[in-house]
Design a protein around this ligand. Sequence first.
Ligand SMILES: [Zn+2]
Length: 173
Amino acid sequence: MAIREILLLGDPGLRRRCGQVKRFGTRELKSIIADLRHTLSNFREQNGFGRGIAAPQIGVTQRVIFIHIDRPSALINPRIMLRHGCKITLWDDCFSFPDLMVKVHRDFAVRVSYQDFHGTKHTLHAEGPLSELLQHEIDHLNGILAIDRAIDSRHIILRSEFLKWRNEKHYAL
Ligand SMILES: [Zn+2]
C-alpha cells in the first residue's frame, strides 16, 4: 500500500474510460483499494476536504471507487441503475483540481449496483451528499469530470475566491 500521486486536470489519464474489474479477491485488487484508501486519507489530512476518490485519479483505469462519508468503503464496478427525486444544486470540488469550485446539478437520489472485494453484488440507495458523491466518482470512471457538468463557465471559480465571496448572491445556492 502506498500514498499515490493524484493525476491533475489536463492529464489524459483522467479522460480514459475505465475497464470492468473481472477478477476478484486478488492481491492486485487489494492493493488498488489500499492505495485509494491511503491516498484519500492523506489528502483529507493535508487539505481538510475529500470524501471520495476514483481509481483513474491514481492512474489505474479500472472501475473502482473508494468513498468515506460515515465509514470507508470500496465499490467495484459501480453503476447507476436509477436516478430519482429532484435535482440538487451544489458547489463541487475534486482532488484533480483542488483549487477550483464548480457549481453543478446532481440527482438527489440514486440507486447504485456494485460489487465488493469478493465479487458479491450489492445495491445501494443513496440520497443527498452520498448520492452526489457517487455521481461524481462514477463519472470519473467514464472520463467525465465535474467541470464538464458545470452549469456554465461562470460557475467554475477559484476556491480562494469562493471562500471570499460565498455569501454573495451570485454564489449562493
Ligand atoms: Zn473528483
